[in-house]
Structures are given as structure tokens and as C-alpha cells.
Design a protein around this ligand. Sequence first.
Ligand SMILES: Cc1cc2nc3c(=O)[nH]c(=O)nc-3n(C[C@H](O)[C@H](O)[C@H](O)COP(=O)(O)OP(=O)(O)OC[C@H]3O[C@@H](n4cnc5c(N)ncnc54)[C@H](O)[C@@H]3O)c2cc1C
Length: 340
Amino acid sequence: MSDNRNVWIFVEQEEGQIADVGLELLAKGRELADTLESQVWALVLGYQVAPLAERVIHHGADRVLLANHPELELYRTLPYSRVIIEQVQAHQPYIFLLGATPVGRDLAPRVASATNVGLTADCTDLQIGDYLLKKEKREYKDLLYQIRPAFGGNIIATIVNPKTRPQMATVREGVMQPNPPDLEFSGEVEIVEPSFEPSDFALHVLSREIRQPTVKLKDAPVIVAGGGGVSSEDESRLIEELAHILGGEVGASRAAVDAGFFSHEHQIGQTGATVRPRLYIAAGISGAIQHSTGMDESNKIISINTDPDAPISKIAHYKIVGDIAEVLPLLINALREKSR
Ligand SMILES: Cc1cc2nc3c(=O)[nH]c(=O)nc-3n(C[C@H](O)[C@H](O)[C@H](O)COP(=O)(O)OP(=O)(O)OC[C@H]3O[C@@H](n4cnc5c(N)ncnc54)[C@H](O)[C@@H]3O)c2cc1C
């Protein structure tokens, strides 16, 4: 096992645009590396991606491993994993983090398997801490606490890998906050020359279609979300109308998605999006932990619920006790009046 305590981040990009989760992980990686008094190394793979290196450094990377090659233009599992596995084996980082995106979820298990290490998927928090392995009567210092909901979200599990390196985790999109760029921050760029095998190119991409998301929850300043309390199409339309008037987006709990009132793209929570809007209106939502984990960092939360003791009231800044069928039209009319 190597002695370095470096934190590696896979900085995902698509057509030269760094994925938000890449910047989120760079911020978290910087925090972890500062605690460990070590470095952040970023892996950037793609074609014509050299200009990204500087941006990655400004977001906290001490060193960028840049693999810039035509065969890496479009993501394909085998060429990407070949490059990453070789680098991981050569440098043996202490920690390696990837976003829990479709690409990260594809790559991370391959790297973990090739390097014989464990992998925690879908973490919602990461910290550095010690761990006493009782049967060995030995305390392992400065491990990566890989924190994520478990058993249906009923407990928060902290997972550690005391013995293998790197300690690997994928991290949910949107749960970490990116840092603003620091133009004074300096780092080094190391060019990585990929050494592909012919078998890496078994897959040919003939065409690609990219569907742009129609629901943009992540950056919405206001979200009006409907829950199990929504019981008709008319009520779901009231949610949409209020969101529209407030210039916001429509969110939903799983109960409302399962009931067919909103599509899964609107779902917020453990198996949906994580959001932090300035205003979150929870209409007919109980506030189960699997939902609140995705919205409890909203700046202001208003709940509309017939039950004054619903769990959401513990995190709501304001609560309106009432039926959404009555409260939503009142709010809509009041806002329409105000804007006249
Ligand atoms: C592994 C796993 C993952 C999950 N992931 C998610 C997730 O990502 N997101 C998520 O949301 N859930 C998720 N869930 C489901 C979660 O446990 C809850 O079942 C769900 O959040 C409940 O949604 P709800 O509060 O809207 O509905 P309900 O539990 O049905 O609550 C409805 C609320 O509305 C109130 N109400 C009823 N009628 C009205 C009315 N007319 N006017 C006003 N208020 C009214 C009620 O008092 C109640 O508080 C997950 C569960 C599991 C096991």
C-alpha cells in the first residue's frame, strides 16, 4: 500500500462542459485533502479537453492528469476504464471519488474490481475519521467515512475500508456544494498518453441522441412540490399553476409520482433529485425522511398540510394547516391580484 494520502476526483465532462458533480467533488476533495494534509488530483478524459485543466485547477486540483485523445471523445466503458485503471495502479491514491452519474456508476465498479478494492455507491456525505477494528484491537487513522442512507433510508450508514486503497466512493449529484473558482490557485498538468488495446474498441458509436432534461429542479429558485395529499388532476394542475406564477419548477414526492400525477423527473428525495431552492412549498407532503433528505437544505420551506403534526412541520419555516384544494387557489388568486 502506498504512503500517499492523495484524493483523486474523476472530473466528468460532456462535449467540453464539466459536469456539475465534478465541481462538487472537487470542493469536497479539497476539504478532505486539506484535512489529510495531502493533494487533490483530478482525472480529465476526453478529446480537445486541454482547456478544462485550468478550470479544474481553479476549483482546487493540485494536479490534473489529462488524457486528451480522439478515442476518448465519446464516453465508452473500455477505453475510459483502461486509462483510469492504469493511472490508479501506477499512483495508488488514498481516496478516489466519482459522481454517481450513469458514467460514474459504470466506471467505478470496473476500477474497484480491477484494483481489488471496495466501493460505496451513492454517498451523500464524506468525512475523515478514525476506526477501531475491535477484533484486531487496532485503530485505523484518517479513514474515509463513506456516508449514505441504507435499509430503505431508515438509517444512515457510515462505511469504511480500513485495509484497501484507494478508498472508493461514488457521490450523489447535488448533495455537495461547489466552491467558486479561485483564480490564484495553482496546480500542475500531467499529460497521460493512453495505451489502448484493440479489444478496447469492441464498441462503435454509430449515432447519439441527447435528450435535454425538461425538468430543471436543480437550479430552480422556487419549487412547488405535490405529495400524497394530491388526489386529482385538478389539484396537480394547481401545483403547476402556483409554480408557474412563482417562476419556479414543479417537484413531487414519490407518493405523487407513484399515483401518476407527476413524472419521475419531478421526484425529490433519496431516489430523486437533491434540491436547495430559495423557497420550497411542500403541498400535501408528510416529510418522510426519504423525501426530506432531498430538500431539507432549502432556504425557506412552507408546508401546506391538513395534519398540523406531520413530520414536515419539524423542518418547515412556515406551515399552513389546511386542505390543498382550498389553500392553493387562495395563494394563486392572492399572487395574481398582487401582480395586477
Ligand atoms: C428506498 C426508498 C426510497 C424512497 N425514495 C423516495 C424519494 O426519493 N422521494 C420521496 O418523496 N419518497 C421516497 N420514498 C417514499 C417515502 O418513504 C414516503 O412514502 C413518501 O415520501 C410519502 O410521500 P408523501 O409524504 O407525499 O405521501 P403520504 O405519506 O401519503 O403523505 C401525504 C401527506 O399529505 C397530507 N394530506 C393528505 N391530504 C391532504 C390535503 N388534501 N391537503 C393537504 N395535505 C394533505 C397528509 O396529512 C400527509 O402528511 C422512498 C421509500 C423507500 C423505501
